[in-house]
Design a protein around this ligand. Structure first.
Ligand code: NOJ
Length: 549
């Protein structure tokens, strides 16, 4: 059972991101749903996660697959209803699993009644009340958009409303109009939304686009660094500007301070999609009285080299206990794919997660990472993500969003109907059922990792221990936290590392092979001095260098 009174329950917790559409389908309509999640609570409990973050399940036209919300206080019938949510929450709490909701406060769907009213579709009085919930401006003198802002998804961040002759702002799709957070009425509405879910019992929120919300008061154009090349991708377009005025405005912190006070009343965990790749920028996004934590995305933007791995782990510096560490999400190619694919990519993802598990802050697995999944195979004609040029699957986010492979039955046991996102069948060995019964599988390895972590946090009181990153500049990264040492070899070649003689190895990666293909994972067992291993990802307990036990 979870206890609502415990403060900062996330200290020492491990999270799991559920992309609801693709997790588990209970009613065979091809779309994952709340009852599907409920049916897998045993799986999640065996995996050993303390909380799940569920991506949006609110009523939505689905233009951005749920991140275009038409009603913040209800459940889309595709996913169930409020009673199904309550049942999920109750069952999860019974198993000691907390639930984190996804707040989408930068923009709503254009189908939201507030935007419809703002357009004038609900009469003059409603237009008067809701027009300024959104950001409207007259055209520039040439009739074009009011400033030069571009959207994250490419193209101008403004769309003309022909009826009023004004443009409205949208940092994402035209059907995702941005709220006007300079209107106090918007903040009041959002207090109610937070309380609606907190009163139902949710244990926290992940804040979508936490670098957005408040915009420059004068909506000034951003300095342009380079002309936008023809055919530029969305990222290339974005990078042609210095984003001084559209995102990361300090006034957004006033919103988070307000929400922090509300969340603290309930003991809820407030954390953000804090998409800043510079630790100083992260620092600005996470003042002491703002959101409790923020996702650190730098690990999703590296090439696999020891320097870069070390850089993103150590580079977050003094902020580290305010971070959430994730190797993957529903917005990026899966970590094993990004890290080179195949067994190497899977091993590298595991190294990352071993380090995340003991770093300060909160580790979060993306669904399927525990199965070692690479991106699913989506044919160009099956692509559904609105992002990326048509037909270019790799430019979109479909590959990381394909359904969970539960077993070897049709559609890998996700649904008896054709899944909403069609993808190639995965091999049986990728499925949870196959991996459950194989002691050396990824699933069993991740389970052991989380179990080891949980027991060490309890036995060695790790939540209160400082973390020191050690090791020279070579491929071996050593993390010491109280009585625990983590030794991780980030290279594909053998490396030597000191294993303290009094240490008791408590977790090693199976399947560590030397260059001749011999299994040498046992080389780490109670090694007295130096151990040479090709893929050494080990955790040991009881070393005496920092603190006798
Ligand atoms: C971040 C979400 O993770 C992503 O999926 C979505 O498209 C954008 N925010 C816009 O809400």
């Amino acid at each position: 059972m979870t206890s609502r009174s415990s403060k900062q329950w996330w200290a020492g917790a491990a999270g799991y991101q559920i992309y609801i559409r693709s997790f588990a389908d209970s009613n065979d309509d091809g779309v994952g749903d709340l009852d599907g999640i409920r049916s897998k609570l045993g799986y999640l409990s065996d995996l050993g996660v303390d909380f799940i973050w569920i991506t949006p399940f609110y009523p939505s036209p689905g233009d951005d697959w749920g991140y275009d919300v038409a009603d913040y206080c209800d459940v889309d019938p595709l996913f169930g209803d409020l009673a199904a949510f309550d049942a999920l929450l109750a069952d999860a709490h019974d198993r000691g699993i907390r639930i984190v909701g996804d707040l989408v406060p930068n923009h709503s769907s254009s189908a939201h009644r507030w935007f419809q009213a703002a357009l004038g579709n609900a009469g003059d009085a409603a237009r008067e009340q809701y027009r300024h919930y959104y950001v409207w401006r007259d055209p520039a003198p040439d009739g074009g958009p009011p400033n030069n802002w571009v959207g994250y998804f490419g193209g101008p961040a403004w769309t003309l409303d022909p009826a009023s002759g004004q443009y409205y702002l949208h940092l994402f799709l035209p059907s995702q109009p941005d709220f006007n957070w300079r209107n106090p009425g918007v903040a009041d509405e959002w207090d109610e939304i937070l309380r609606f879910w907190l009163d139902r019992g949710v244990d926290g929120f992940r804040v979508d686009v936490a670098g957005g919300l408040v915009k420059d008061s004068g909506l000034r154009s951003n300095p342009q660094l380079a002309p936008i090349p023809p055919g530029a991708s969305r990222w290339e377009q974005w990078d042609c500007f210095e984003h001084l005025h559209d995102v990361f405005q300090p006034e957004s912190q006033d919103v988070f301070r307000r929400w922090r006070r509300i969340c603290d009343e309930y003991g809820a965990f407030l954390h953000g999609e804090t998409y800043h790749l510079d630790p100083r920028g992260m620092g600005d996004l996470l003042p002491p009285d703002g959101m409790h934590n923020g996702y650190w995305f730098a690990p999703m933007h590296i090439e696999w080299t020891p320097e870069q791995v070390r850089g993103v782990l150590v580079g977050a510096g003094g902020l580290s206990d305010r971070l959430l560490w994730a190797a993957g999400s529903h917005d990026m190619p899966r970590a094993p794919t990004r890290f080179g694919g195949g067994d190497a990519g899977r091993q590298r993802t595991l190294v990352m997660n071993v380090l995340f598990a003991f770093a300060p802050g909160v580790p979060v697995l993306y669904q399927g990472e525990e199965l070692g999944l690479e991106d699913g195979d989506v044919a160009p004609e099956a692509k559904l993500d609105p992002v990326g040029p048509d037909g270019d699957v790799s430019a979109g986010r479909d590959g990381c969003r394909t359904p969970m492979p539960w077993d070897n039955s049709p559609n890998n046991g996700f649904s008896r109907a054709e899944p909403w996102l069609r993808s190639a069948r995965r091999p049986a060995s990728d499925s949870a059922a196959a991996q459950q019964s194989d002691e050396r599988s990824w699933l069993r390895t991740y389970r052991r990792l989380l179990a080891t972590r949980r027991s060490l946090f309890a036995r060695a009181n790790l939540a209160d221990e400082e973390v020191a990153w050690e090791g020279d500049d070579g491929s071996v990264i050593v993390l010491r936290r109280g009585a625990v040492t983590v030794t991780a070899n980030t290279a594909d070649e053998a490396a030597a590392a000191e294993i303290p003689s009094r240490a008791q190895p408590v977790f090693e990666t199976p399947g560590a092979l030397d260059s001749a293909g011999h299994d040498i994972s046992s080389a780490l067992q109670r090694s007295d001095s130096k151990s040479t291993d090709r893929r050494m990802h080990s955790v040991s307990y009881g070393q005496t260098a920092l603190r006798p036990i």
